[in-house]
Design a protein around this ligand. Structure first.
Ligand code: ZN
Ligand code: ZN
Length: 647
């Protein structure tokens, strides 16, 4: 008889399911009311709590006539484990009221409840109690205090606790690293992490690695990245979490090509990606226009039934949109059982980027119809769609709707869109007035939009004002010098063009090298201007010469005027200033079947010469060329571009 009961009690320790648990509970009650024996009651409470049956846990607790510190500890822990932090703190208050003295099991749980609820007041009281009871040398208590202070934004106190701990374990170190990282103090976080690894030979755990992943963006970038890589290599590489972290590190640091490589490595190691991997890989595919890989991941998502999942589906829309495959984006969108504001916003932005402003606005209207309220973020692609499609009046109307009807305070992104909209439409004075009337300090994107408009419409007076602001606020950005020199060149003021060049030299301004990426056979190929490093380089230049010959027959005159033609550095070799997108286009032409579309991503704005060239090439080779630059999509077909030469 008793043997069977023993067996039941053993099952309780193994976290049974709720049905099994209730059966055992009944049996224990019928067997001489064993359930009321305190050691069994405690086990039952723990088991119910593990099954997330907190009400039943509490019932058992209330039924016990004698409640000692152990019972209260179990009840507090049950609340904490079920994230019911306020109830946990109330139970702690009850404990103090009953004059039951908290022990070293109680304190860490109370501190967890303080961290979870952000209750600094009880946290501080607990710290005092810890001191009075001499529990401050206990490592669990110390770790709890570090996390509590960090969650309550008291990093100095967290650090002091850490420094004063007589002994620390791996959790103490991880807690401090996470404390800094979660508060955005990545340099400190990395420094502590380094001390931990080099000084104590301990390793950051997966959670800490994850909290550190945005750290690589802080000032000493390459050094931090190296450190993260080392950490990754030293972790068990068959753990999915560390692959996910490292992929996220690359993606958040705008290194999509490295993310793709790591993903392929992960696949070859036989590690199966999950929805987290997929959600960080899809933006990388989008950034690189790696449509083939993106499609492959989509297939995997379907096979593994990772959808419906809003994050994944939204990432899919975004990936297809960035790869210029609007139909696929729309298909994912149409098949979603549920859509949130992000899904709609992605779809609006997809149409906007390709210059189909009207459809973008229709989708926006549908979203409002569906009952969702547009937020501040969803107005950005709406306004930018108006600007890309030259829909001045509608853009103005939406801006008014946003501020008046939805009471959304415009942010710098919205204001930049408006300046762009007015400027592109030739309303340079109005755009300048708009900036002057802004309630916040205009940033460089806003002045940049004005300067671009001045270049487009040859407005030298206001262009100079904008340039002046930009040279003061972002003196290192080469693009703005180039824009101004183009304005001068258009006006024939060559002396000023030369003056800008020497100004750039004096200030040591370096132009960002232009890079074009293209995906072929699951691999991303990158080209720089005048690049001769590709194995097929010779073939590419030969074919380019042939194509340029055909372009000349159609009236193409290469843009040789350097002032108009240096969004990126010129190559001094045989092939004068061959921009990367031309090389990428030719590379695809010689490596794919006729009529295959050509998809290219470029890290800078496409220049006028390349734009003309791409139009002509699309006609000569009868292929669609989809080129995404920093601003938008250019969809070249039969000699025309979707942007209508307005970009
Ligand atoms: Zn170019
Ligand atoms: Zn275009």
């Amino acid at each position: 008889m008793f043997l069977i009961e023993d067996l039941h009690i053993k099952i309780l320790d193994k976290c049974p399911d709720i049905k099994q648990l209730k059966t055992i509970h009944c049996k224990l009650i019928t067997a001489n009311n064993l359930a009321s024996a305190s050691h069994i009651a405690l086990k039952l409470m723990k088991a119910y709590s593990d099954c997330r049956q907190i009400t039943l846990t509490r019932q058992l607790f209330d039924q016990m006539p004698q409640k000692d510190v152990v019972f209260l500890n179990v009840m507090i822990r049950s609340y904490v484990n079920n994230k019911l932090y306020n109830q946990a703190l109330n139970m702690y208050k009850t404990m103090l009221r009953l004059n039951i003295i908290p022990d070293h099991f109680t304190i860490p749980q109370v501190l967890k409840a303080c961290s979870g609820s952000g209750c600094l007041r009880v946290g501080l009281q607990t710290h005092v109690a810890v001191f009075n009871k001499g529990l401050h040398s206990n490592v669990y208590v110390g770790n709890g205090l570090i996390t509590m202070y960090a969650k309550c934004d008291r990093l100095v106190d967290a650090r002091q606790v850490f420094d004063e701990m007589p002994s620390r374990d791996v959790v103490s170190w991880n807690s401090l690293v996470a404390a800094y990282a979660q508060n955005g103090m990545f340099c400190d976080a990395l420094e502590v992490c380094r001390t931990m690894v080099e000084g104590s030979g301990l390793k950051p755990d997966a959670g800490t690695m994850a909290s550190l992943s945005p750290a690589v963006t802080c000032s000493t970038k390459s050094e931090n990245l190296m450190f993260m890589k080392e950490m990754f290599m030293s972790h068990t590489r068959d753990s999915l979490v560390s692959w996910n972290v490292m992929i996220a590190v690359y993606v958040s640091n705008e290194m999509p090509a490295d993310a793709v490589n790591l993903y392929l490595q992960m696949e070859s190691c036989g590690v199966d990606p999950d929805s987290i991997t997929v959600a960080s890989m899809l933006p990388a595919c989008g950034d690189l226009s790696a449509l083939t890989l993106g499609r492959k991941i989509h297939e995997y998502v379907k096979r593994r039934r990772l959808v419906p999942n809003l994050t994944v589906e939204n990432a899919l829309i975004d990936m297809y949109a960035k790869c210029g495959s609007l139909n696929d984006a729309r298909k994912v969108f149409d098949e979603m059982p549920r859509r949130d504001v992000v899904s709609w916003t992605s779809m609006i932005s997809a149409y906007g980027m390709t210059g189909d402003g009207q459809t973008a606005l229709t989708v926006f209207a549908d979203m409002q119809q569906s009952g969702l309220t547009p937020d501040s973020i969803s107005f950005v692609p709406v306004l930018s769609a108006c600007s890309h499609a030259g829909l001045l009046d509608q853009g103005k109307r939406f801006f008014k709707q946003m501020t008046d009807e939805y009471k959304i305070v415009p942010r710098l992104e919205h204001l930049a869109c408006m300046v762009d909209l007015l400027g592109r439409s030739g309303r340079i004075n109005e755009a300048y007035e708009f900036i002057k009337n802004m309630k916040m300090e205009p940033n460089d994107r806003i002045w940049g939009a004005l300067l671009s408009a001045c270049k487009l419409h040859s407005n030298m007076d206001i262009g100079l004002i904008a340039a002046d602001r930009l040279f003061k606020s972002v003196p290192e950005q080469a693009g703005y010098y180039v824009l101004l020199s183009n304005i001068y060149a258009k006006a024939g003021r060559w002396k000023d063009v030369t003056a800008i060049r020497s100004m750039m030299k004096v200030k040591g301004v370096k132009k960002e090298p232009g890079v074009s990426n293209v995906e072929l056979n699951n691999q991303v190929h990158s080209f720089l201007a005048g690049d001769q490093s590709h194995p097929q380089s010779k073939q590419i230049y030969e074919e380019l010469d042939v194509i340029v010959g055909k372009m000349r027959e159609l009236g193409y005159v290469p843009e040789t005027d350097s002032a108009l033609h240096d969004i990126e550095d010129e190559d001094k070799g045989n092939h004068l200033a061959v921009h990367s997108e031309k090389l990428a286009i030719v590379f695809v032409i010689i490596n794919t079947e006729p009529f295959t579309p050509i998809r290219i991503t470029k890290n800078l704005r496409v220049c006028e010469d390349c734009h003309i060239a791409a139009k002509l090439i699309s006609k000569i080779v009868e292929r669609e060329i989809i080129l995404r630059d920093t601003n938008r999509f250019h969809h070249f077909k039969s000699g025309f571009c979707s942007c209508g030469d307005y970009w």
